[in-house]
Design a protein around this ligand. Structure first.
Ligand code: DAH
Length: 346
């Protein structure tokens, strides 16, 4: 009996491979497993065997029945897959070379920001944050910038009646709100929340009512730095800026301090930059940023004893640095999102 069952299975395995339609499959299956099929006939034979042989024969039939069911199931799924493949066309060839998908890059401003942040993190600065909608207190008053200061002028500041959702909202009556004109407001937010020593940098977006031209944009980015500790001097400031620009531009980068006025630093400086290999910028000093030693009046406002604490602060424009680094001569290119420009900076 086992011989016969084996033969049935073997011939089924052989023939099933050449079946390609489900109609043929059903017909073939009926010839084997249908009411008059050859396998069914074998199972019926059990009844004709002597009683003592029936259990062994029954088990044998079951084993082969299961094999047969396995064959039917895999044939059926093969036929289904073939039908589907016919519907959707030729099979996918995973070895084909894929069409080129253009890869995105970080915007130049982000690249430059990240580079500056990573250079400054190496000397202990951590990143601090503040809101873009700011109150006059954080943007001006606390920075020792009096009510009649021209920086507050309606002509170059965007005022809004929206309140900032960012903690510490109003500190004075009749507070006015504005789009921050610089990131220096983050100095104040940090000093009110922490105690010295402090070493923070605050990258962020700023706004001024500038008419757009090659060097002005109403929307620009700065990185602010504040270092407060005992015994901080202008030498620390100069050395850290030299370190920053040499890391960023190469060892031939030089800085020059010119006396200037900012209400929150005393003394204050404008920093000029020169780096031989930078072409046009290389041959002449170029004004790059503002900085100074934190004014004692600011420390007093923060509740820090100015006899104990000293510090420096600086703020630099990311656009200006990016333009210098990459020889971009119009700030508007940085905001047009034109891939012809952006794809040059990978
Ligand atoms: N806030 C200044 C600006 O917007 C830049 C600046 C100057 C920041 C001197 C400072 C500083 O922290 O000490 O142009």
């Amino acid at each position: 009996m086992e011989e016969e069952l084996k033969q049935i299975i073997e011939s089924v395995e052989e023939e099933i491979a050449s079946i390609t339609t489900s109609a043929d499959f059903e017909q073939f299956k009926a010839r084997i497993s249908g009411p008059n099929g050859s396998f069914t006939a074998m199972s019926k034979k059990i009844a004709t065997l002597p009683v003592e042989e029936r259990p062994t024969a029954g088990k044998l039939i079951n084993v082969y029945k299961q094999r047969l069911q396995g064959i039917w199931a895999s044939a059926l799924s093969r036929l289904e897959a073939e039908a589907l493949a016919q519907k959707i066309g030729p099979a996918i060839d995973p070895t084909l070379v894929s069409p080129e998908i253009p890869q995105g890059t970080q915007h130049i401003l982000i690249q430059v920001r990240e580079e500056i942040v990573s250079i400054l993190r190496k000397i202990g600065f951590i990143v601090a944050d503040g809101p873009e909608v700011e109150s006059e207190y954080f943007c001006f008053d606390a920075l020792n910038t009096p009510k009649d200061h021209p920086a507050r002028d309606l002509q170059d500041t965007y005022y809004t009646n929206k309140q900032t959702p960012f903690g510490n909202v109003s500190r004075q009556e009749d507070e006015r709100y504005l789009l921050r004109t610089h990131t220096s407001s983050v100095q104040i937010r940090t000093m009110l929340e922490q105690q010295p020593p402090i070493r923070i940098i605050a990258p962020g977006r700023c706004f001024r009512r500038d008419t757009a031209d090659a060097t002005h944009s109403a929307n620009f980015h700065q990185i602010e730095a504040l270092y407060v500790d005992k015994g901080v001097t202008v030498r620390d400031l100069k050395a850290d800026l030299d370190y920053l620009f040499r890391s960023l531009l190469g060892p031939d980068a030089e800085t020059r301090f010119r006396p200037h006025y900012f209400s929150y630093t005393e003394p204050s400086f404008e920093v000029d930059l020169k780096a031989q290999h930078l072409g046009k910028v290389g041959s002449e000093w170029m004004e790059i940023m503002g900085c100074g030693m934190v004014d004692p009046a600011v420390f007093e406002e923060m509740g820090y004893d100015p006899e104990v604490w000293t510090g420096y602060a600086f703020g630099l424009g990311i656009e200006r640095i990016a333009m210098t680094l990459y020889g971009i001569d119009d700030i508007r290119y940085l905001f047009q999102n034109d891939v012809r420009l952006l794809s040059q900076f990978k």
